[in-house]
Design a protein around this ligand. Structure first.
Ligand SMILES: NC(=O)c1ccc[n+]([C@@H]2O[C@H](COP(=O)([O-])OP(=O)(O)OC[C@H]3O[C@@H](n4cnc5c(N)ncnc54)[C@H](O)[C@@H]3O)[C@@H](O)[C@H]2O)c1
Length: 260
């Protein structure tokens, strides 16, 4: 069988995602943009937040003809008051919330010597804190709807122990603990919580970190040839968000092409 590319693969359609009310954080570019596009293609009602207005407005313009055009709101997830206000606004615009994708993050590099207490707080706020508070904010709406799905973005990085990423990797390790804890506390309300663990995904930002030689090294470490695209990550998220995954909760799901 020929290995499909991200362009040739015939993606699944999930009837249970049609008209679902979805919020994606960091939906303006990279994987988040792929998530917004994928949920919109399923006929879901999508609201997303980001700090990059230009990129986000481009996403809205590109998807404007969809059954439900996505709604963008500017919001910095490190500002918890703004996050709570924006999530409430999107909940009202969408008429509720069924699915939350905690995708926003930032993988700036740093040495141990560069880390100050302020930088520690800033990195944890951009990579970890908002995932809990966004989940907390949407839980009442999900309970009213009789259930929901929360997907938290982790990372392969800490499993591999990559260099110059102590704080990012600390957050990504914590997200797997956060996911299991939320899944336990919310399961009886029909709310499923899972973590997505991507390998190296070919996004514009990742292209900044890796030279072609670096990318070749990643592929050499994978079991599969080829680079992971945002649409490959979105495919896993769609499944876990859909009713097909009704008995999947409290775990980490990998999309890494078998990178070791
Ligand atoms: N790309 C990869 O290879 C990879 C690998 C493992 C995990 N991940 C995780 O996947 C998620 C998405 O990563 P990506 O590669 O698409 O990143 P990206 O940097 O390409 O996109 C992140 C998006 O989040 C937005 N954002 C950043 N800080 C924000 C803030 N404070 N408030 C609101 N929005 C903010 C950015 O503007 C951007 O649109 C992240 O959680 C990341 O840690 C990515």
């Amino acid at each position: 069988m020929l290995q499909q590319t991200s362009e040739t693969v015939d993606r699944a359609v999930y009837p249970s995602l049609r008209d679902k009310r979805v919020i994606v954080t960091g939906g303006g570019s990279g994987i988040g943009e792929g998530l917004v596009e994928a949920f919109v293609a399923q006929g879901a009602k999508v609201g997303f937040i980001d700090i990059d207005d230009m990129a986000s407005e481009g996403v809205v313009a590109r998807l404007n003809d969809a059954d439900h055009a996505p709604i963008f709101r500017h919001c910095d997830v490190t500002d918890l008051d703004a996050l709570s206000r924006t999530l409430a606004d999107l909940e009202e615009m969408l008429g509720g919330v069924d699915i939350l994708v905690n995708n926003a993050g930032n993988d700036d590099r740093h040495t141990i010597e560069e880390v100050t207490p302020d930088y520690w707080a800033e990195r944890l706020n951009v990579n970890l804190r908002h995932q809990f508070f966004a989940a907390k904010a949407v839980v009442p709406a999900m309970k009213r709807a009789g259930g929901g799905a929360i997907l938290n973005f982790g990372s392969i990085s800490w499993h591999l122990g990559l260099p110059d990423l102590v704080l990012y990797q600390t957050c990504k390790a914590a997200i797997e603990g956060l996911t299991r804890s939320l899944a336990r506390d919310l399961g009886r309300d029909g709310i499923r919580v899972n973590a997505i663990v991507p390998g190296n995904v070919q996004t514009p930002r990742q292209e900044k970190w890796y030279t072609p030689e670096g990318e070749a090294e990643i592929v050499a470490g994978q079991c599969l040839d080829g680079r992971i695209q945002p649409s490959d990550v979105a495919a896993l998220v769609l499944f876990l968000a859909s009713d097909d995954a009704r008995m999947c909760t409290g775990h980490e799901y990998w999309v890494d092409a078998g990178w070791r």
